[in-house]
Design a protein around this ligand. Structure first.
Ligand code: HEM
Length: 414
């Protein structure tokens, strides 16, 4: 059986991209599949338990939606929202982060910052995002070739995130570095579990200094909102602020970088779809959604069953880990016609690339706006872009990451 041959826990499974052949097989044959855990490994150090429990693998759209929408039965807080089992002493800290919370704590904390991410607020940022995008694309357009990931896709989310958080522009490289070391801990190029812990400590230290500054001198940024927010008539504590900063740095940066890179890669592979977009820019909106469906930048998130239950007829025991594979659900033929075709005009497109339910991506409007504006500018300035070498991917079972993607194009006049 195909499913026995590959472990979804092993980062090497994803080194060549999402394992769609495996996902297709699972979705049709074992949509609620038991993946055994793994015994103690030398590599598993730091906050992760050396021994990892087995978990249920969900690959059908309907199951991913049902689990995401039922927070009472499938908790983000009982375990965490990530697959890896953590040491008990570290779990406490992680549960101070919104993404690893259930209601009512989750609802309160999300409510405290929600206004900052509303589509109306994001719309007001569009002119600034456009200006930053032009700056980035102009810098490469004259060169005739570039590494799209480092020089373009990474830059925009970093610049936007720095402004949003109140981090000075010149410090954005720190955000890039921390994200790579934390999310790339399974990729030898970027780090290891010991170094990931060091990166987290550096990030906390930076956050503490910034929080202190904004407490004294509030500005128009998210850190100022956080340090002055009140929940149940108390201010957020030091750990809650640190963990929110940590979440934003990770969630708002690498995801969009990979969505942009995955989108440009898809347009290189499907020139007919690129031609459609070049001809009709009104397709940009649906193209953005299709890119998130097609690339699915976040491979999976987890929930933990709060009592004995069942999914699709399969018994699930209390405390079992249930892992939702978004990329698999996003190719489910039961929901998406011609699911294995990239179609920039796809509509409707009820993908789960941004999740679903209570934890639906808070930054979805911002990510959509960054992606739309970047696509527009790239199509305008360097329309004949094509791949110019091999695409290097992140070794990770969590993030569908692209590390390097050389492209070439006709150089624009300066
Ligand atoms: C294409 C880009 C992005 C993708 C694919 C993406 C994907 C996701 C997914 C799948 C979740 C759901 C987690 C769950 O259900 O447990 C999520 C949550 C979240 N995302 Fe995004 N994201 C993107 C961009 C962003 C950006 C730009 C930001 C902020 C600047 C952001 C902030 C968040 C936050 C704060 C959460 C947690 C929400 C909660 O727990 O209530 N994301 N994202």
């Amino acid at each position: 059986m195909v499913a026995d041959l590959v472990s979804l826990l092993e980062p090497e499974t994803f080194e060549e991209g999402a394992p769609h052949a495996l996902f297709d097989w699972l979705r049709e044959n074992e949509p609620v599949h038991w993946n055994p855990g793994r015994p103690e490994r030398e590599r598993a150090v730091g906050m992760i338990e050396p021994e990892q429990r087995g978990f249920w693998v969900l690959t059908r759209h309907a199951d991913v939606v049902a689990v995401s929408r039922n927070q009472e039965l499938f908790s983000s807080e009982r375990g965490t929202a990530i697959n890896a089992d953590m040491r008990e002493q570290d779990l406490h800290m992680f549960r101070q982060q919104m993404i690893h919370m259930d209601p009512p704590r989750h609802t309160q904390l999300r409510g405290a910052i929600n206004d900052f991410f509303k589509p109306r607020t994001i719309k007001r940022m569009d002119a600034n995002v456009r200006e930053l995008t032009r700056e980035i694309v102009d810098a490469v357009a004259v060169k005739g070739s570039c590494d799209f990931v480092r020089e373009v896709a990474a830059e925009l989310p970093l610049l936007v995130l720095a402004e949003l958080l109140g981090v000075p522009r010149e410090d954005r490289q720190l955000l890039f570095d921390w994200t790579n070391r934390l999310m790339g801990l399974d990729d030898p190029e970027y780090g290891n579990p010991y170094d990931a812990q060091a990166a987290l400590m550096e990030l906390f230290q930076y956050c503490a200094a910034l929080a202190h500054k904004r407490k004294e001198d509030p500005r128009d940024d998210l850190m100022s909102v956080l340090v002055h927010a009140r929940i149940d008539d108390r201010e957020l504590d030091f750990v809650e602020i640190n963990m929110m900063f940590f979440l934003m740095v990770i969630a708002g940066n690498e995801t969009t970088r990979n969505a942009l890179s995955g989108g440009i890669e898809a347009l290189c592979h499907f020139p007919d779809q690129k031609a459609r977009l070049l001809e009709d820019r009104t397709l940009l909106k649906t193209a953005v959604e299709e890119i998130v469906r097609w690339h699915s930048p976040v491979m999976q998130f987890r929930r933990t069953a709060t009592r004995d239950t069942e999914i699709g007829g399969q018994a699930i025991a209390e405390n079992d880990k249930v892992v939702m594979y978004y990329g698999a659900a996003n190719r489910d033929e039961r929901v998406f016609e011609r699911a294995n075709q990239f179609d920039v005009g796809r509509h409707p497109n009820p993908h789960v690339g941004f999740g679903m339910g209570n934890h639906f991506c808070l930054g979805a409007s911002l990510a959509r706006s960054e992606m739309k504006i970047m696509l527009e500018e790239v199509l305008e300035r360097i329309p004949d872009f094509e791949l110019d070498g091999s695409v290097e991917r992140l070794r990770s079972n969590f993030i569908h990451g692209i590390k390097r993607m050389p492209i070439r194009f006709t150089a624009a006049r300066g």
